[in-house]
Design a protein around this ligand. Sequence first.
Ligand SMILES: [Zn+2]
Length: 826
Amino acid sequence: MEPQLDPMKDDLPLMANTSHMLVKHYVLDLDVDFKSQVIEGFIVLFLETGSRYRRASSTGEEGCQSQFDETCKIRASEQGHVPVSNASACSSKMEYNDFAVCGKGEKDTSDKNGNHSNEEQASGISSSKNCCDIENHGNEDFLLVLDCCDLSVLKVEEVDVAAVSGIEKFTRSAKLTDVSKELANLRNQIVHELVTLPSDRWKEQLYYYTCCSQAPGCGELLFATGTWSLEIRKSGIRTPADFPHAIRIQYKTKPEGRSVTWTTDQSGRPCVYTMGSPINNRALFPCQEPPIALSTWQASVRTAASFVVLMSGENSAEPVQLQEGIMSWYYYVTMPMPASTFTIAVGCWQEVKQSFTPAVQTNNEFSLPCSQADFRWHEESCGHVEYPCRFQSPAARLQRVIPYRVFAPWCLMKCCEEHLLQLIPQCLSAAYTTLGTHPFSRLDVLIVPSNFSSLGMASPHIIFLSQSVLPGGRHLCGTRLCHEIAHAWFGLAIGARDWTEEWISEGFATFLEDVFWARAQQLSHDEEKAQQELKALLRWRRLRDEVQNSEEELQVLRPNKESTGEVSESGASIVKHGLKAEKIFMQVHYLKGYFLLRSLARRIGGASYLASLRKFVNKFHGQLVLSQDFLSMLLEDVPEQKESGLTVESIFTNWLDSSGIPKPLLEEGETWKESRLVQQVSGEVTKWIRTNQRIRKSGKKKRRQDEGTFQKLLPDQLVLLLEYLLEEKTLCPRTLQGLEKTYQLRDQDAEVRHRWCELVVKHKYVPAYGDVEKFLREDQAMGVYLYGELMVNEDAKQQELAYKCFAAAREQMDVSSAKVVAEMLF
Ligand SMILES: [Zn+2]
């Protein structure tokens, strides 16, 4: 299925040499063609010289960064094994493949994998086995390495930004001395001035980015593509400082590229979207993947007029007609973020609006107009690089609910109107009450196609939700929405500097999901506590199961331990297990992270803990963090905890650096069973077990009034009830029938139905096989493990069901899901 990828190798390489050059801004100009399933156009990269090369040319601010590089180098050489060797190992492998083709003197510039190159001879780059190590090959051309996969690169050229009219004002400070290098220097000087414009001139900056992106080319650059990267060089240019700082790449995506998925929505209309693949956006545009490369972007996307283009962008774009039947959509962001957070979705989606209006409120009245004058920048309070930050804008800081819209395929619009539309302002408002200023100016929520492999995904300005959260009441929809909204702060505004520390975003989002949801429901303190204890028990059970059934190595939250966040000299690194298919379905990181944050909250006390979270957000938004950044700040605030033995080191040892269930959690484990809501479930379970025994004794004689009176349960209680009943060896068909009838299980949310399906499969309850089939078809994000359960019973009917459902869904499934299911089935 994946000929280019070695299935044995699960590490994801991040190849870009960000220490040499950093992308500051991307301009994308793309056409989306559904007939050929190709996105085609160009991308212009505006670059700055990287931290390792900036010392000579620039002012003091980089001092600390170079110091960081120094320590990296020292530590790396002390340890003997250097991350750089990993990176170069895979880079050289790629290069040999690629240049072997060119070396044979073939005229065709694409090899059998469709990789492209315009290099005329192999010598230049292929001899530099270690592209990361420029300094050791001082007599060779500098190589710009971008992360890139499955793209057809057609042309790379330098952009003549000096030709843009009005650009002279950016050249005043240029010191032109050497006549021969004059023009190249001038161009780089212009780009430097442009990317470092103060943030109150962001509009002007965007305008000139657009102009520059359309400026004429001034010379093609040499390039070569491999499995994981695009390498660019300019003959005779040996340093990043002399390398062109504005380059334009003309390229096409491939239909099989894994950054976007081409599929149909629930109404059968074609669509394409970034589905959060482990390779992120590198099969959508060549980019610098390492999170350190924080950049802004703008994009113009053209497609047929029947489609809607949604994207990570501060503005809600209005389409502009270019020619008959073609619309253009323009989006931009001014807050620098990792390129991996860029998200796009193009489809025939409709905006869901309230059809019967309950006294129009929410949306517009909260979206206070933010003119430029509203932004006041106080450098002392924001720790990030300069950008028009919402935390500095009085109007933005008062906005409880940011403007939002909901998009869905036509056939699900009614469904969205029922709960989702009302839930969004409630959840946004709860988040604001908890954490303060929303980091992003607006929010689109899109119900993505049924092949989406998780329940939700958060990106700047856009949340993807699975259709699975829609049916069965407010609960699942609300909690999931809260989770994704929490990512605006944890995961997006504050990113992980080391991708392997994903617990920082997932742990926080899971913990805050409960906090937000309690507030959105306006629960009393006691109700909140009871619901959260029930949730903790459910998560504890899940964690226990996952820890038993997964590789130990994957259970560690800080796999790089003390070398976390380190990169090679070039900036390249490897994300351990980044490509492991099973990992997508694992929740260990969510769960352990959540339990750590919960345990800290219990020790520190709810109110002061939330105050610390707000402080953390104020201090670190717009920046990348490591685990210790949060933990040190938190413990600093509560000095008495240090005396009780709670230190950053003890938290590393107990929670973050070890596999299995954390020791402090083991000690706490059983206490949740005393919780009121859990007790209630236990009572009901006893009734059902008795009912089941009575039915078994009475044999074939059918007696009515088997079922006693059962209490109404919350969705999470139902989940627990069914899980407890799953531990029973035998349940009669009539008991199962009674369960379904009593709780209307078919109408419950997907979490409840999932447990119901497990019961059906376990007890071979044939009358409900239709429910299992429906679940596998409509709830693909959750159904993966149900396939496994259909196989283990070795029951012909069940296996047939599994094969049938997989055959129907396989083509639309994402690679990871399909791989995991195929392993269960064949
Ligand atoms: Zn700020």
